[in-house]
Design a protein around this ligand. Sequence first.
Ligand SMILES: Nc1ncnc2c1ncn2[C@@H]1O[C@H](COP(=O)(O)OP(=O)(O)OP(=O)(O)O)[C@@H](O)[C@H]1O
Ligand SMILES: C[C@@](O)(CCO)CC(=O)[O-]
Ligand SMILES: [Mg+2]
Length: 415
Amino acid sequence: MSLPLLTSAPGKVIIFGEHSAVFNEPAVAASVSALRTYLLVSAAQNPEVIELDFPDIGFDKQWSGEALAAISAGVQPEAVTDSRELNAELSNALESLLQPLSGSLHYQAAYCFLYMYFSLCGTRTGVKFTVKSSLPIGAGLGSSASLAVCLALALGKLGGHLKHGSEALTKEDLGFVNKWSFIGEKCIHGTPSGIDNMVATYGSAVLFQRLPSGDTKSEQILSFPQIPMVLTNTRIPRSTKVLVAGVKDLITRQPEIMKPILESMGVVASNGAQILSQLTDANYASLCELIRVNHGLLVALGVSHPGLELIKSVGDSMSIGHTKLTGAGGGGCALTLLSPGVTPEEVEKFKHTLESEHNYKTYTTGLGGPGCGYIAPEVVQQSFSAIEPLFRKDSTAADLNKVLLPGSGSFEWVH
Ligand SMILES: Nc1ncnc2c1ncn2[C@@H]1O[C@H](COP(=O)(O)OP(=O)(O)OP(=O)(O)O)[C@@H](O)[C@H]1O
Ligand SMILES: C[C@@](O)(CCO)CC(=O)[O-]
Ligand SMILES: [Mg+2]
């Protein structure tokens, strides 16, 4: 596969069922059309290394061909072809490269990259991977899954597992990306349900369920409505891995209490999906009620945060709508479903209060829209001098979207 390559995938909003999704309950999520991750794969200046340049998290790292070869010498090639569970042999072998990064955001990103790189491309050198995202990182909007999906698509092409040309992605291609991005998510947070990478792969909106067998069941919600909402980022950092582990621990300590809560969350998600597929003025109040109940159940799981409760409290006291944390919680983002009849001025006042008094950031983005995609290699080649500066540290989300956003940017994306 010749370079350069450019891939992209969206973030997501979980409407119902975060955390309970990990325990095989149904959940509903939609992609966020204007918040995406972009991956540029280009020739490295030094042909003897692979290089990661992840300016969003201040991470720039090179590994030599010898370091890669030493890892692969200890791992059986067939060990990495099982793409449902992480292979302990490969994970252990990678530890020598990852250990210096332990305890930082860099560790998770590097683990995800290296695991997928060894599995799909072996020890090839001379390649540089640069990632920029218009999503907030580690804030509940699926930044990790969108990164894993960008990598799965690019590495699938680079390693010769997916076609090299500029044909539309087939059902099989998307299945490959979904499967390998799930593995990438495993590196980042241990026991993902798979909902985030599924939405980042396929886009649109889904009713998703992980089954006890490890398979997943999903149904696209084709007529997903543009529900009026405000998305707010508290900017409080948190880690999905830590939060998911905390919930597991709570369930182990209090199974009789927590299991019914998870089941209840599953019913909220199934009923919510039904309402969303036929949303009317008449059933909108029920949707709002389910949002409120889902948040309450997440509070019981211990994954809210005073900073998230503040959004709910401001929204409730202004009678703006119904607020629920979204994603793993513990900080990060909440969504507020607006009440009928709320005026644009009232919404502005709500956003202004959160931004100016609490230094939060609010987002406006449509829901649904395309999943992963790539720009035809010859187009990336021709426009490389215009594209490459967008991947530098100082380029903003607005710069990225202006040029690269599928549908409205300067390039045609293949999906
Ligand atoms: N643009 C990026 N550049 C580099 N690393 C990234 C990027 N986006 C995500 N990551 C990796 O993903 C990690 C964040 O993943 P995490 O699952 O904790 O949060 P999230 O995916 O944003 O939220 P949630 O899982 O709740 O939706 C970061 O620590 C980093 O390792
Ligand atoms: C917390 C969680 O349910 C959603 C994170 O966006 C984890 C997962 O489903 O993988
Ligand atoms: Mg994540």
